[in-house]
Design a protein around this ligand. Structure first.
Ligand SMILES: *Cc1c(COP(=O)(O)O)cnc(C)c1O
Length: 378
């Protein structure tokens, strides 16, 4: 992948914002509750390793990722904290995980039986740390009945050379919504699994960002803190935050071209935009290949503190905007962030494109270089 270091477009990550968001959350947690920073999908597009470094400084006790490869990336970057893979890993990689001290999510006894065979064949010396996932209503992965769950627990107890039962967890489908009915039903189901254990494992956990922000009473002793550490409200507009989060990500570019067009002139593929009078048009070198979706046509960016509309269809690598007057090539364009007294948030862009900020952050292309503003030294 060629990263566009020589282009005038970049994603800027404010490390202090990440640090402050984690510090504020940690301050609300009882001392014995661990915070694992969720850095899957390249740290929600912010950069997994740099985000993990800041999270570590802010006191994160471990990390969650979605894939074994993402966990290994952190180990290669020399992180020694606990790492939990939240997705299902193929049992054929169980020995790799165990030898790298990476904890895996398991949702069936059959998985453990297969993993035992693999680890025996590969002479794996260290047991694999396992978190049993409970499907209490998300309908995604995990145990759906208690007897099967207990069989898995017993299988691990009978095979201590291969498995360490380290955690049990569930994931809520509606923790970010105002209606708590389904949330409560899931919590009740999960609690029945935990109550069926003679001896609970080290970690009992249920909380993504939304659960910890709005249902902290059921946190257990570990939270999986994701989107909020990046400064984004998990509920979008639905629920007010208990404390202020600072968004970490901005997107900037520059005008690479500026010209006057006249009534009747067209702009972009399909010639769908028609000028009605003399207009100034600027070209911004970011496109849908960078994650700036075609459906963002009609949305706004900031130039000199003013909102300017994207006109015509967004191209793969460029889009055009209507300017109130002529601006020099090189003038800063803010796609996400603050410019003078005006601001565009990732939430605003999500609203414009009928999606959620999570998705937009993740799809910002690798071709956009990430620039990091370091922690302020006091
Ligand atoms: C992604 C994920 C999280 C983090 O969710 P946020 O809403 O970003 O806090 C937590 N738990 C599981 C199982 C996940 O898949």
């Amino acid at each position: 992948m060629v990263v566009g270091n020589l282009r005038n477009a970049q994603v800027v990550i404010n490390e202090q914002a990440i640090f402050d968001n984690i510090t504020k959350e940690k301050a609300r947690l009882p001392k014995e509750t661990s915070l694992f920073a969720v850095v899957k999908a390249n740290g929600y597009g912010h950069g997994a390793v740099p985000v993990a470094k800041v999270a570590q400084k802010a006191g994160a006790n471990g990390f969650c990722v979605a894939l074994l490869d993402e966990a290994l990336e952190l180990r290669r970057a020399l992180f020694t904290e606990p790492i939990l893979v939240l997705g299902i890993t193929d049992p054929k990689y169980s020995a790799i995980a165990a030898s790298a001290h990476i904890s895996l999510t398991v949702g069936s006894k059959a998985w453990l039986v297969q993993a035992k065979t693999v680890m025996a064949q590969e002479n794996q010396l260290r047991p694999l740390a396992v978190h049993l996932g409970i499907d209490s209503g998300m309908g995604r992965i995990g145990f759906t009945d208690i007897p099967e769950f207990l069989k898995a627990v017993h299988f691990m107890k009978e095979n201590p050379d291969y498995f360490e039962f380290e955690g049990v967890f569930t994931h809520f489908a509606t923790a970010d919504g105002a209606d708590e009915t389904y949330f409560k039903a899931q919590a009740t189901k999960f609690n029945a699994y935990v109550a069926a254990l003679d001896d609970p494992p080290r970690y009992v956990h249920v909380s993504n960002s939304a659960t910890s922000l709005w249902h902290e009473a059921c946190n257990g002793n570990l939270i999986r803190f994701g989107v909020a550490l990046y400064g984004l409200n998990p509920s979008g507009h639905e629920l007010a935050l208990p404390y202020t989060l600072k968004p970490a990500l901005s997107v900037y570019s520059e005008l690479v071209f500026c010209k006057k067009i006249h009534a009747g002139d067209h702009v972009g593929y399909g010639a769908t935009y028609t000028a009605t009078e003399d207009e100034w048009v600027g070209t911004v070198p970011i496109g849908y290949a960078d994650g700036w979706l075609r459906r963002l046509q009609g949305s706004k960016v900031l130039v000199a503190g003013q909102y300017c509309e994207i006109i015509g269809r967004i191209c793969m690598d460029q889009f055009m905007i209507r300017l109130p007057k002529a601006y020099d090539v090189g003038t800063k364009v803010t796609l996400v962030g603050q410019d003078q007294n005006a601001q565009i948030t990732l939430q605003d862009v999500a609203d414009q494109s009928q999606t959620i900020h999570y998705e937009l952050a993740c799809i910002l292309g690798e071709r956009l270089p990430r620039k990091y503003i370091g922690l302020q030294t006091k």
